[in-house]
Design a protein around this ligand. Structure first.
Ligand code: ADP
Length: 483
Protein backbone atom coordinates (compact mmCIF):
# COMPACT_ATOMS: atom_id res chain seq x y z
CA UNK A 1 0.00 0.00 0.00
CA UNK A 2 2.91 2.37 0.74
CA UNK A 3 3.87 2.19 -2.95
CA UNK A 4 0.55 3.43 -4.28
CA UNK A 5 0.89 6.64 -2.31
CA UNK A 6 3.89 7.51 -4.47
CA UNK A 7 1.99 7.02 -7.76
CA UNK A 8 0.88 10.20 -9.60
CA UNK A 9 -2.59 11.57 -8.83
CA UNK A 10 -5.49 10.10 -10.79
CA UNK A 11 -8.63 11.71 -12.08
CA UNK A 12 -11.69 9.81 -10.86
CA UNK A 13 -15.24 10.63 -11.98
CA UNK A 14 -18.19 9.10 -10.16
CA UNK A 15 -21.45 8.85 -12.07
CA UNK A 16 -24.10 8.26 -9.44
CA UNK A 17 -27.74 8.94 -8.60
CA UNK A 18 -27.52 9.34 -4.80
CA UNK A 19 -25.23 11.60 -2.85
CA UNK A 20 -25.34 12.61 0.83
CA UNK A 21 -26.53 15.06 2.02
CA UNK A 22 -28.15 16.52 -1.13
CA UNK A 23 -30.04 13.45 -2.35
CA UNK A 24 -29.59 10.49 -0.04
CA UNK A 25 -32.01 7.61 0.13
CA UNK A 26 -29.76 5.05 1.84
CA UNK A 27 -26.16 3.97 2.23
CA UNK A 28 -25.32 4.47 -1.47
CA UNK A 29 -25.62 8.23 -0.95
CA UNK A 30 -23.28 8.14 2.04
CA UNK A 31 -20.70 6.10 0.19
CA UNK A 32 -20.57 8.19 -2.98
CA UNK A 33 -19.76 11.24 -0.87
CA UNK A 34 -17.48 9.69 1.71
CA UNK A 35 -15.44 7.49 -0.64
CA UNK A 36 -14.95 10.49 -2.96
CA UNK A 37 -13.79 12.67 -0.08
CA UNK A 38 -11.41 10.01 1.20
CA UNK A 39 -9.81 9.54 -2.22
CA UNK A 40 -9.65 13.32 -2.78
CA UNK A 41 -7.96 13.69 0.62
CA UNK A 42 -5.23 11.37 -0.67
CA UNK A 43 -4.52 13.99 -3.36
CA UNK A 44 -6.45 12.54 -6.26
CA UNK A 45 -8.75 14.63 -8.41
CA UNK A 46 -12.37 13.53 -7.89
CA UNK A 47 -15.54 14.79 -9.59
CA UNK A 48 -19.12 13.65 -9.43
CA UNK A 49 -21.64 13.84 -12.25
CA UNK A 50 -25.11 13.94 -10.77
CA UNK A 51 -28.74 14.54 -11.82
CA UNK A 52 -30.05 17.99 -10.94
CA UNK A 53 -33.16 16.70 -9.18
CA UNK A 54 -35.73 19.36 -8.39
CA UNK A 55 -35.78 17.89 -4.85
CA UNK A 56 -32.03 18.38 -4.22
CA UNK A 57 -31.25 19.82 -0.80
CA UNK A 58 -29.79 22.94 -2.39
CA UNK A 59 -28.85 24.42 0.99
CA UNK A 60 -25.94 21.96 1.05
CA UNK A 61 -24.56 23.10 -2.33
CA UNK A 62 -22.13 26.02 -2.34
CA UNK A 63 -20.70 28.06 -5.25
CA UNK A 64 -23.67 26.85 -7.28
CA UNK A 65 -23.77 28.28 -10.78
CA UNK A 66 -24.87 27.62 -14.32
CA UNK A 67 -22.04 26.58 -16.64
CA UNK A 68 -23.40 25.81 -20.09
CA UNK A 69 -25.90 23.84 -22.11
CA UNK A 70 -25.57 20.98 -24.61
CA UNK A 71 -27.94 19.02 -26.78
CA UNK A 72 -28.22 15.30 -26.51
CA UNK A 73 -30.91 12.62 -26.62
CA UNK A 74 -33.47 14.93 -28.19
CA UNK A 75 -33.31 17.52 -25.43
CA UNK A 76 -31.24 20.41 -24.11
CA UNK A 77 -29.21 19.59 -21.02
CA UNK A 78 -28.11 22.38 -18.71
CA UNK A 79 -24.89 21.86 -16.78
CA UNK A 80 -24.62 23.38 -13.32
CA UNK A 81 -21.56 23.30 -11.07
CA UNK A 82 -21.40 23.33 -7.29
CA UNK A 83 -19.50 22.13 -4.25
CA UNK A 84 -20.93 19.50 -1.93
CA UNK A 85 -18.91 18.60 1.19
CA UNK A 86 -15.82 19.98 -0.57
CA UNK A 87 -16.37 17.92 -3.75
CA UNK A 88 -16.85 19.42 -7.23
CA UNK A 89 -20.15 18.20 -8.61
CA UNK A 90 -21.48 18.62 -12.15
CA UNK A 91 -25.26 18.65 -12.13
CA UNK A 92 -27.08 17.70 -15.32
CA UNK A 93 -30.52 19.20 -15.85
CA UNK A 94 -32.21 17.77 -18.95
CA UNK A 95 -35.10 19.92 -20.07
CA UNK A 96 -37.25 16.84 -20.70
CA UNK A 97 -38.30 16.87 -17.04
CA UNK A 98 -36.70 13.51 -16.17
CA UNK A 99 -35.42 14.86 -12.85
CA UNK A 100 -38.31 17.17 -12.05
CA UNK A 101 -40.26 14.42 -10.36
CA UNK A 102 -39.97 15.38 -6.71
CA UNK A 103 -38.09 12.19 -5.80
CA UNK A 104 -35.00 10.13 -6.60
CA UNK A 105 -36.71 6.78 -7.23
CA UNK A 106 -40.23 5.53 -7.64
CA UNK A 107 -41.64 7.08 -10.81
CA UNK A 108 -42.16 3.78 -12.62
CA UNK A 109 -39.66 4.77 -15.33
CA UNK A 110 -36.53 4.89 -13.17
CA UNK A 111 -34.58 2.60 -15.51
CA UNK A 112 -35.33 4.86 -18.46
CA UNK A 113 -34.50 8.06 -16.54
CA UNK A 114 -31.22 6.74 -15.17
CA UNK A 115 -30.25 5.03 -18.45
CA UNK A 116 -30.67 8.43 -20.11
CA UNK A 117 -28.65 10.09 -17.34
CA UNK A 118 -25.73 7.64 -17.71
CA UNK A 119 -25.47 8.31 -21.43
CA UNK A 120 -25.89 12.06 -20.96
CA UNK A 121 -23.12 11.99 -18.33
CA UNK A 122 -20.66 10.29 -20.70
CA UNK A 123 -21.62 12.70 -23.46
CA UNK A 124 -20.94 15.55 -21.04
CA UNK A 125 -17.48 14.17 -20.20
CA UNK A 126 -16.73 13.71 -23.89
CA UNK A 127 -17.95 17.16 -24.97
CA UNK A 128 -16.16 18.85 -22.05
CA UNK A 129 -12.84 17.29 -22.98
CA UNK A 130 -12.39 15.31 -19.78
CA UNK A 131 -9.71 12.59 -19.67
CA UNK A 132 -10.63 10.67 -16.53
CA UNK A 133 -8.45 7.72 -15.53
CA UNK A 134 -11.37 6.08 -13.74
CA UNK A 135 -15.10 6.30 -14.25
CA UNK A 136 -16.73 4.80 -11.17
CA UNK A 137 -20.36 3.71 -11.37
CA UNK A 138 -22.65 2.25 -8.73
CA UNK A 139 -25.43 -0.34 -8.57
CA UNK A 140 -28.03 -0.89 -11.29
CA UNK A 141 -28.78 2.82 -11.51
CA UNK A 142 -25.46 3.82 -13.07
CA UNK A 143 -24.48 0.34 -14.34
CA UNK A 144 -25.20 1.37 -17.98
CA UNK A 145 -22.10 3.61 -17.84
CA UNK A 146 -19.98 0.44 -18.09
CA UNK A 147 -21.28 -0.68 -21.47
CA UNK A 148 -22.17 2.73 -22.88
CA UNK A 149 -18.56 3.85 -22.41
CA UNK A 150 -17.15 0.77 -24.15
CA UNK A 151 -19.75 0.74 -26.91
CA UNK A 152 -19.85 4.43 -27.78
CA UNK A 153 -16.90 6.39 -26.41
CA UNK A 154 -13.75 4.27 -26.59
CA UNK A 155 -12.79 5.64 -30.01
CA UNK A 156 -12.78 9.23 -28.73
CA UNK A 157 -9.42 10.48 -27.49
CA UNK A 158 -10.64 11.82 -24.16
CA UNK A 159 -12.31 8.67 -22.92
CA UNK A 160 -10.33 5.99 -24.72
CA UNK A 161 -8.00 5.45 -21.78
CA UNK A 162 -10.72 5.65 -19.12
CA UNK A 163 -11.30 2.50 -17.11
CA UNK A 164 -14.59 1.56 -15.51
CA UNK A 165 -14.93 0.50 -11.89
CA UNK A 166 -18.35 -0.79 -10.93
CA UNK A 167 -19.46 -1.16 -7.29
CA UNK A 168 -22.35 -3.37 -6.26
CA UNK A 169 -23.94 -2.01 -3.11
CA UNK A 170 -26.92 -4.33 -3.29
CA UNK A 171 -27.36 -7.20 -5.73
CA UNK A 172 -31.07 -7.49 -4.98
CA UNK A 173 -32.04 -4.69 -7.34
CA UNK A 174 -31.61 -4.54 -11.11
CA UNK A 175 -29.94 -7.94 -11.59
CA UNK A 176 -30.10 -7.60 -15.37
CA UNK A 177 -28.18 -4.28 -15.37
CA UNK A 178 -25.67 -5.58 -12.87
CA UNK A 179 -24.95 -8.73 -14.90
CA UNK A 180 -24.26 -6.66 -18.01
CA UNK A 181 -22.05 -4.16 -16.20
CA UNK A 182 -20.03 -7.04 -14.74
CA UNK A 183 -19.12 -8.09 -18.27
CA UNK A 184 -17.94 -4.62 -19.32
CA UNK A 185 -16.34 -3.25 -16.12
CA UNK A 186 -12.56 -3.34 -15.83
CA UNK A 187 -12.85 -3.97 -12.09
CA UNK A 188 -15.86 -4.57 -9.89
CA UNK A 189 -16.24 -4.37 -6.16
CA UNK A 190 -18.78 -5.01 -3.49
CA UNK A 191 -19.04 -3.57 -0.03
CA UNK A 192 -17.80 -6.25 2.36
CA UNK A 193 -15.64 -9.36 2.20
CA UNK A 194 -18.37 -11.67 3.37
CA UNK A 195 -20.86 -10.29 0.84
CA UNK A 196 -18.31 -10.76 -1.93
CA UNK A 197 -18.03 -14.43 -0.94
CA UNK A 198 -21.78 -14.82 -0.61
CA UNK A 199 -22.49 -13.54 -4.09
CA UNK A 200 -19.51 -15.25 -5.74
CA UNK A 201 -21.75 -18.07 -6.97
CA UNK A 202 -24.32 -15.74 -8.49
CA UNK A 203 -24.45 -16.23 -12.28
CA UNK A 204 -23.93 -12.47 -12.77
CA UNK A 205 -20.71 -12.58 -10.75
CA UNK A 206 -19.25 -16.07 -11.08
CA UNK A 207 -17.64 -15.66 -14.53
CA UNK A 208 -15.90 -12.46 -13.38
CA UNK A 209 -14.30 -13.39 -10.06
CA UNK A 210 -10.85 -12.51 -11.40
CA UNK A 211 -11.82 -8.83 -11.42
CA UNK A 212 -14.20 -8.82 -8.43
CA UNK A 213 -13.13 -7.64 -4.95
CA UNK A 214 -14.76 -7.05 -1.57
CA UNK A 215 -13.78 -3.72 0.00
CA UNK A 216 -15.50 -2.79 3.24
CA UNK A 217 -17.25 0.57 3.35
CA UNK A 218 -16.13 3.19 5.80
CA UNK A 219 -17.80 6.16 7.40
CA UNK A 220 -16.78 9.77 6.96
CA UNK A 221 -15.23 10.89 10.24
CA UNK A 222 -15.92 14.56 9.54
CA UNK A 223 -19.58 14.12 8.69
CA UNK A 224 -20.15 11.71 11.58
CA UNK A 225 -18.19 13.30 14.41
CA UNK A 226 -19.63 13.54 17.92
CA UNK A 227 -16.88 16.01 18.80
CA UNK A 228 -18.06 18.39 16.12
CA UNK A 229 -21.74 17.81 15.44
CA UNK A 230 -24.18 20.68 15.38
CA UNK A 231 -27.12 18.35 15.98
CA UNK A 232 -26.06 17.19 19.46
CA UNK A 233 -25.89 19.24 22.67
CA UNK A 234 -22.44 18.33 24.11
CA UNK A 235 -19.33 17.56 22.06
CA UNK A 236 -17.71 14.31 23.05
CA UNK A 237 -15.00 11.83 22.22
CA UNK A 238 -14.05 8.60 23.95
CA UNK A 239 -12.73 10.55 26.97
CA UNK A 240 -16.09 12.08 27.88
CA UNK A 241 -18.37 9.68 26.07
CA UNK A 242 -20.61 8.99 29.05
CA UNK A 243 -21.24 12.66 29.79
CA UNK A 244 -21.77 13.44 26.08
CA UNK A 245 -24.19 10.60 25.57
CA UNK A 246 -26.18 11.43 28.70
CA UNK A 247 -26.69 14.98 27.45
CA UNK A 248 -27.71 13.68 24.01
CA UNK A 249 -30.13 11.20 25.57
CA UNK A 250 -31.80 13.98 27.57
CA UNK A 251 -32.06 16.18 24.48
CA UNK A 252 -33.54 13.30 22.50
CA UNK A 253 -36.08 12.51 25.24
CA UNK A 254 -36.99 16.17 25.47
CA UNK A 255 -37.36 16.58 21.72
CA UNK A 256 -39.54 13.49 21.32
CA UNK A 257 -41.58 13.99 24.51
CA UNK A 258 -40.25 10.87 26.24
CA UNK A 259 -39.81 10.58 29.99
CA UNK A 260 -36.48 12.14 30.98
CA UNK A 261 -35.17 9.32 33.10
CA UNK A 262 -32.09 7.15 32.93
CA UNK A 263 -33.44 4.09 31.12
CA UNK A 264 -31.69 1.95 28.50
CA UNK A 265 -32.55 3.48 25.13
CA UNK A 266 -32.66 1.38 21.96
CA UNK A 267 -32.48 3.33 18.67
CA UNK A 268 -33.46 2.05 15.23
CA UNK A 269 -32.64 4.06 12.07
CA UNK A 270 -33.65 2.28 8.92
CA UNK A 271 -35.45 2.19 5.64
CA UNK A 272 -38.50 0.10 6.50
CA UNK A 273 -38.31 -2.68 3.93
CA UNK A 274 -38.35 -6.45 4.36
CA UNK A 275 -34.57 -6.51 3.88
CA UNK A 276 -34.25 -4.66 7.17
CA UNK A 277 -36.11 -7.34 9.17
CA UNK A 278 -39.42 -5.59 9.82
CA UNK A 279 -40.87 -8.41 11.92
CA UNK A 280 -37.69 -8.42 14.04
CA UNK A 281 -37.83 -4.63 14.45
CA UNK A 282 -41.41 -4.91 15.75
CA UNK A 283 -40.46 -7.73 18.05
CA UNK A 284 -37.50 -5.77 19.41
CA UNK A 285 -39.72 -2.77 20.15
CA UNK A 286 -42.04 -4.88 22.34
CA UNK A 287 -39.17 -6.70 24.03
CA UNK A 288 -37.41 -3.43 24.88
CA UNK A 289 -40.61 -2.08 26.41
CA UNK A 290 -41.06 -5.30 28.42
CA UNK A 291 -37.52 -4.85 29.73
CA UNK A 292 -38.46 -1.35 30.86
CA UNK A 293 -36.35 0.33 28.20
CA UNK A 294 -37.13 3.22 25.89
CA UNK A 295 -37.23 2.84 22.14
CA UNK A 296 -36.93 5.36 19.32
CA UNK A 297 -37.43 4.40 15.70
CA UNK A 298 -36.61 6.68 12.78
CA UNK A 299 -37.59 5.17 9.47
CA UNK A 300 -39.74 5.42 6.43
CA UNK A 301 -41.17 2.84 4.07
CA UNK A 302 -41.26 3.24 0.30
CA UNK A 303 -44.19 0.78 0.27
CA UNK A 304 -47.33 2.61 1.47
CA UNK A 305 -48.76 -0.59 3.02
CA UNK A 306 -45.70 -0.95 5.27
CA UNK A 307 -45.77 2.76 6.06
CA UNK A 308 -49.45 2.47 7.09
CA UNK A 309 -48.73 -0.52 9.21
CA UNK A 310 -46.10 1.47 11.12
CA UNK A 311 -48.39 4.49 11.42
CA UNK A 312 -50.89 2.18 13.16
CA UNK A 313 -48.20 0.76 15.41
CA UNK A 314 -47.04 4.28 16.24
CA UNK A 315 -50.57 5.37 17.21
CA UNK A 316 -50.93 2.34 19.41
CA UNK A 317 -47.56 2.72 21.16
CA UNK A 318 -47.82 6.48 21.53
CA UNK A 319 -50.93 5.92 23.62
CA UNK A 320 -49.92 2.73 25.48
CA UNK A 321 -46.27 3.73 26.12
CA UNK A 322 -46.27 7.49 25.61
CA UNK A 323 -43.26 8.04 27.88
CA UNK A 324 -41.12 5.22 26.50
CA UNK A 325 -41.71 4.74 22.77
CA UNK A 326 -41.54 7.11 19.83
CA UNK A 327 -41.75 6.15 16.14
CA UNK A 328 -40.75 8.93 13.73
CA UNK A 329 -41.89 7.73 10.34
CA UNK A 330 -40.05 10.11 8.07
CA UNK A 331 -36.58 10.84 6.77
CA UNK A 332 -34.70 13.20 9.09
CA UNK A 333 -30.92 13.46 8.88
CA UNK A 334 -30.46 15.85 11.87
CA UNK A 335 -32.63 13.65 14.09
CA UNK A 336 -30.59 10.62 13.04
CA UNK A 337 -27.47 12.28 14.51
CA UNK A 338 -29.20 12.85 17.84
CA UNK A 339 -30.44 9.24 17.91
CA UNK A 340 -26.98 7.84 17.18
CA UNK A 341 -25.63 9.96 20.05
CA UNK A 342 -28.50 9.59 22.53
CA UNK A 343 -29.09 5.83 22.24
CA UNK A 344 -27.35 3.20 24.32
CA UNK A 345 -27.96 0.57 21.65
CA UNK A 346 -28.60 0.71 17.91
CA UNK A 347 -30.51 -2.28 16.59
CA UNK A 348 -29.86 -3.64 13.07
CA UNK A 349 -31.76 -6.93 12.60
CA UNK A 350 -31.43 -7.08 8.80
CA UNK A 351 -32.32 -10.24 6.91
CA UNK A 352 -29.42 -9.43 4.62
CA UNK A 353 -27.01 -6.49 4.67
CA UNK A 354 -24.21 -6.20 2.07
CA UNK A 355 -22.28 -3.82 4.35
CA UNK A 356 -24.50 -1.71 6.57
CA UNK A 357 -23.45 1.74 7.72
CA UNK A 358 -25.82 2.08 10.66
CA UNK A 359 -23.82 -0.18 12.97
CA UNK A 360 -20.58 1.62 12.03
CA UNK A 361 -22.06 5.07 12.66
CA UNK A 362 -23.50 3.79 15.93
CA UNK A 363 -20.03 2.82 17.13
CA UNK A 364 -18.60 6.17 16.10
CA UNK A 365 -21.12 7.73 18.52
CA UNK A 366 -20.36 5.21 21.29
CA UNK A 367 -23.64 3.31 20.86
CA UNK A 368 -23.51 -0.45 21.06
CA UNK A 369 -24.72 -2.34 17.98
CA UNK A 370 -27.23 -5.15 18.45
CA UNK A 371 -27.37 -6.96 15.12
CA UNK A 372 -28.51 -10.08 13.38
CA UNK A 373 -25.48 -12.19 12.58
CA UNK A 374 -26.56 -15.21 10.60
CA UNK A 375 -29.54 -17.03 9.26
CA UNK A 376 -28.98 -19.57 12.04
CA UNK A 377 -30.28 -22.99 11.09
CA UNK A 378 -30.73 -21.74 7.55
CA UNK A 379 -27.41 -20.02 7.18
CA UNK A 380 -25.60 -22.92 5.63
CA UNK A 381 -28.35 -23.30 3.07
CA UNK A 382 -27.90 -20.39 0.80
CA UNK A 383 -30.84 -19.56 -1.38
CA UNK A 384 -33.27 -21.14 1.05
CA UNK A 385 -36.65 -19.62 0.51
CA UNK A 386 -38.18 -18.17 3.60
CA UNK A 387 -41.75 -17.04 3.77
CA UNK A 388 -41.32 -13.81 5.58
CA UNK A 389 -44.22 -11.43 6.21
CA UNK A 390 -45.77 -12.38 2.89
CA UNK A 391 -42.63 -11.84 0.90
CA UNK A 392 -40.39 -14.59 -0.31
CA UNK A 393 -36.73 -13.97 0.36
CA UNK A 394 -33.45 -15.59 -0.30
CA UNK A 395 -32.16 -15.93 3.22
CA UNK A 396 -28.53 -14.90 3.25
CA UNK A 397 -26.07 -13.99 5.93
CA UNK A 398 -26.26 -10.31 6.89
CA UNK A 399 -22.78 -10.11 5.49
CA UNK A 400 -21.43 -6.71 6.52
CA UNK A 401 -22.83 -7.11 10.02
CA UNK A 402 -20.83 -10.30 10.41
CA UNK A 403 -17.67 -8.51 9.26
CA UNK A 404 -18.01 -5.59 11.64
CA UNK A 405 -19.85 -6.63 14.83
CA UNK A 406 -18.24 -9.11 17.21
CA UNK A 407 -20.30 -10.42 20.10
CA UNK A 408 -18.95 -9.69 23.57
CA UNK A 409 -19.74 -13.21 24.75
CA UNK A 410 -19.21 -15.35 21.66
CA UNK A 411 -16.80 -13.71 19.25
CA UNK A 412 -13.66 -12.93 21.24
CA UNK A 413 -11.43 -15.08 19.04
CA UNK A 414 -12.97 -13.83 15.80
CA UNK A 415 -12.51 -10.23 16.95
CA UNK A 416 -8.94 -10.88 18.02
CA UNK A 417 -8.15 -12.26 14.58
CA UNK A 418 -9.07 -8.79 13.26
CA UNK A 419 -7.01 -7.07 15.97
CA UNK A 420 -10.20 -5.82 17.66
CA UNK A 421 -12.01 -6.04 20.96
CA UNK A 422 -15.57 -7.45 20.82
CA UNK A 423 -17.95 -4.57 20.22
CA UNK A 424 -21.60 -5.57 20.35
CA UNK A 425 -24.33 -8.14 20.72
CA UNK A 426 -25.50 -10.35 17.94
CA UNK A 427 -27.96 -13.13 17.33
CA UNK A 428 -28.66 -15.97 14.94
CA UNK A 429 -31.87 -16.91 13.21
CA UNK A 430 -34.72 -14.82 11.94
CA UNK A 431 -37.26 -15.04 14.72
CA UNK A 432 -38.06 -13.27 17.96
CA UNK A 433 -36.07 -15.64 20.16
CA UNK A 434 -32.85 -14.54 18.45
CA UNK A 435 -33.64 -10.88 19.05
CA UNK A 436 -34.44 -11.70 22.69
CA UNK A 437 -31.12 -13.50 23.14
CA UNK A 438 -29.18 -10.38 22.12
CA UNK A 439 -31.43 -7.72 23.67
CA UNK A 440 -31.76 -9.51 27.01
CA UNK A 441 -28.00 -9.68 27.39
CA UNK A 442 -27.55 -6.09 26.22
CA UNK A 443 -30.14 -4.55 28.52
CA UNK A 444 -29.19 -6.77 31.48
CA UNK A 445 -25.61 -5.58 31.15
CA UNK A 446 -26.81 -1.96 31.01
CA UNK A 447 -28.74 -2.39 34.28
CA UNK A 448 -26.36 -4.70 36.12
CA UNK A 449 -22.83 -3.99 34.90
CA UNK A 450 -22.83 -0.28 34.16
CA UNK A 451 -19.08 0.20 34.56
CA UNK A 452 -18.39 -2.56 32.09
CA UNK A 453 -21.05 -1.18 29.74
CA UNK A 454 -19.51 2.30 29.92
CA UNK A 455 -16.09 0.93 29.07
CA UNK A 456 -17.63 -0.88 26.10
CA UNK A 457 -18.97 2.48 24.82
CA UNK A 458 -15.44 3.85 25.01
CA UNK A 459 -14.00 0.78 23.25
CA UNK A 460 -16.37 0.95 20.27
CA UNK A 461 -15.74 4.68 19.86
CA UNK A 462 -12.04 4.04 19.55
CA UNK A 463 -12.36 1.44 16.80
CA UNK A 464 -11.51 2.64 13.32
CA UNK A 465 -14.38 2.15 10.86
CA UNK A 466 -13.28 5.08 8.71
CA UNK A 467 -12.22 5.13 5.07
CA UNK A 468 -8.54 5.24 6.08
CA UNK A 469 -7.88 1.68 5.00
CA UNK A 470 -10.66 1.09 2.43
CA UNK A 471 -9.74 4.26 0.48
CA UNK A 472 -6.22 2.91 -0.03
CA UNK A 473 -7.69 -0.38 -1.21
CA UNK A 474 -9.81 1.51 -3.77
CA UNK A 475 -6.81 3.49 -4.98
CA UNK A 476 -4.83 0.28 -5.36
CA UNK A 477 -7.74 -1.15 -7.34
CA UNK A 478 -7.94 1.97 -9.53
CA UNK A 479 -4.26 1.54 -10.37
CA UNK A 480 -4.76 -2.16 -11.04
CA UNK A 481 -7.28 -1.37 -13.83
CA UNK A 482 -4.35 -0.18 -15.94
CA UNK A 483 -2.40 -3.41 -15.61
P1 ADP B 1 -29.27 0.97 3.09
O1 ADP B 1 -28.34 1.59 2.11
O2 ADP B 1 -29.68 -0.43 2.73
O3 ADP B 1 -30.46 1.83 3.40
P2 ADP B 1 -27.15 1.38 5.07
O4 ADP B 1 -27.01 0.90 6.47
O5 ADP B 1 -26.02 1.11 4.13
O6 ADP B 1 -28.51 0.80 4.49
O7 ADP B 1 -27.37 2.98 5.07
C1 ADP B 1 -28.46 3.58 5.64
C2 ADP B 1 -28.16 5.06 5.81
O8 ADP B 1 -29.38 5.80 5.77
C3 ADP B 1 -27.52 5.39 7.16
O9 ADP B 1 -26.68 6.51 6.98
C4 ADP B 1 -28.73 5.77 8.04
O10 ADP B 1 -28.35 6.62 9.10
C5 ADP B 1 -29.60 6.47 7.03
N1 ADP B 1 -31.05 6.43 7.26
C6 ADP B 1 -31.90 5.39 7.08
N2 ADP B 1 -33.17 5.76 7.35
C7 ADP B 1 -33.13 7.06 7.71
C8 ADP B 1 -34.13 8.04 8.10
N3 ADP B 1 -35.43 7.71 8.15
N4 ADP B 1 -33.72 9.29 8.39
C9 ADP B 1 -32.40 9.62 8.33
N5 ADP B 1 -31.42 8.76 7.96
C10 ADP B 1 -31.78 7.50 7.66
Amino acid sequence: VGGILKEPPMHVVHIAVEMAPIAKVGGLGDIVTSLSRAVQDLNHNVNIVFPKYDCLKFEHVTDFHYQRCYSWGGTEIEVWIGKVEGLSVYFLDPQNGFFSTGCVYGRGNDAQRFGFFCHAALEFLHQSGFHPDIIHCHDWSSAPVAWLLKDHYMHYDGLSKSRVVFTIHNLEFGAHFIAKAMVYADKATTVSHTYSKEVAGNPAIAPHLHKFHGILNGIDLDIWDPFNDKFIPVSYNSENVIEGKQAAKKALQQRLGLKKSDLPLVGIISRLTHQKGIHLIKHAISRTLELNGQVVLLGSAPDPRIQNDFVNLANQLHSSHADRARLCLNYDEPLSHLIYAGSDFILVPSIFEPCGLTQLTAMRYGSIPVVRKTGGAYSSLNNVLLKCTNTVFRLLLPQGLYDTVFDVDNDKARAEAQGLEPNGFNFDGADGSGVDYALNRAITAWYGARDWFNSLCKTVMEQDWSWNRPALEYIELYHATKK
